[in-house]
Design a protein. Structure first.
Length: 381
């Protein structure tokens, strides 16, 4: 067989410098070339994007200044590049950088580029942004803990109450009261499971509603208020409902019940004790019904008013991050939207907006008003 005597061409000769750089800019990972003094020699577009410096000239600057704002290199323990420079071997590590309110979790791989004498003249750092993956793992852990806690509490209560019923000879009235509490706790567990089932349908894009014309107060609110009654009594709270009892709405009553339960659960959990929760309705002569749930408590900051409805987001340590997301998706299915606005309470009334009237200073209490809409002309099934 004749031997191929054509010289092997280098990759850069085949691709060309420009085409090679275009490939490095097109890959979904950040790539940066550093010298032995941690100066940035070259960086692709993804690296600049991660560092949130797409237009800034970062060539010649220290990598630790760009990533962390430090004036000295990171320790070898946490820096893959330093380990590579010390060992002349490939290395990997985890880098966490803060950009605004968000933490980015970056998996880092560093590779030496040997010089003439064998020692590395440069280090190539390849960075993969796995922030969403870390968030998913964290969310999975949080949801598991939340579901366990939310189910354990009603199940433990049911066990205790049934034990009392079995072991004690109680008057019929007390037995009836215990039975009612058992039913309430059972419903709470079912509602928790229902939220997770709806959530799984949303993620799988399998959620469908069955709109029918219903008496809104009787078929939705009466059930919700009865279910939440025990929890409001525990905190000395009460409902003030301003929804007309003859209101007719085309909706999926079961799913709207879920929306209200999620909003009221938050209002009770995070609202002030011994206060009122206002359940409102307004007709603005447009295409929508307007419903609201307002409670007294710490106002949600303006920057959080949008993010709290996003998937996987919660501003509370004891929250699951799915309640408002489920509510939002169910409302979208009803052709509407949901938002939260500041409000204040004075003389038994809930007023929207920031409190600016000096007459109420020191008298009014601040809070949050969750407003959602349902399209009036939904197609009835």
């Amino acid at each position: 067989m004749a031997q191929n005597n054509r010289p092997t061409r280098k990759l850069e000769q085949i691709l060309g410098e420009r085409f090679g750089i275009e490939i490095l800019n097109a890959v979904g990972m950040a790539i940066v070339v550093l010298d032995t003094n941690f100066n940035i020699i070259w960086a692709n577009k993804e690296y600049r994007k991660i560092q949130e410096k797409p237009e800034e000239n970062i060539i010649g600057k220290k990598c630790y200044e760009i990533s962390f704002g430090h004036n000295r290199p990171c320790t070898e323990k946490v820096c893959a590049v330093r380990r590579t420079l010390g060992t002349q071997e490939n290395s990997k590590g985890l880098k966490i950088i803060k950009r605004g309110r968000e933490e980015k979790h970056l998996d880092v791989y560093s590779f030496p580029l040997p010089g003439v004498q064998g020692a590395p003249n440069y280090v190539v750092e390849v960075i993969q942004d796995n922030t969403q993956l870390y968030k998913l793992v964290e969310l999975s852990d949080r949801l598991t803990a939340f579901a366990s806690h939310e189910l354990k509490t009603p199940l433990a209560t049911i066990y205790q109450l049934t034990t009392i019923l079995e072991q004690m000879n109680l008057p019929s009235e007390k037995r009836r009261a215990l039975f009612n509490r058992i039913l309430s706790r059972s419903q709470h567990g079912l509602k928790t499971v229902e939220n997770f089932l709806i959530y799984s349908k949303i993620k799988a894009a399998e959620l469908e509603i069955i709109p029918r014309k219903v008496n809104f107060y009787r078929d939705v609110l009466e059930k919700v208020l009865d279910f939440q009654k025990e929890y409001t009594l525990r905190k000395g709270m009460k409902f003030i409902c301003d929804v007309p009892k003859d209101l007719r709405v085309i909706c999926d009553a079961d799913y709207v019940e879920v929306i209200y339960n999620n909003l009221l659960t938050n209002a009770i959990r995070y609202g002030e004790e011994n206060t009122e929760i206002f359940i409102g309705y307004s007709d603005k002569d447009d295409r929508y019904h307007y419903f609201s749930v307002a409670s007294m408590g710490e106002p949600i900051s303006e920057e959080d008013r949008e993010v709290i409805f996003k998937r996987y987001v919660t501003t509370r340590k004891d929250g699951s991050g799915i309640g408002l997301d489920v509510a939002r998706e169910l409302i979208r299915k009803h052709g509407g939207r949901i938002w939260v606005e500041p409000c204040y309470f004075v003389q038994g009334k809930c007023l929207s907006g920031e409190m600016t009237d000096q007459r109420y200073k020191g008298k009014a209490k601040e809070g949050n008003n969750f407003v959602f809409t349902i399209l009036k002309e939904l197609k009835e099934v």
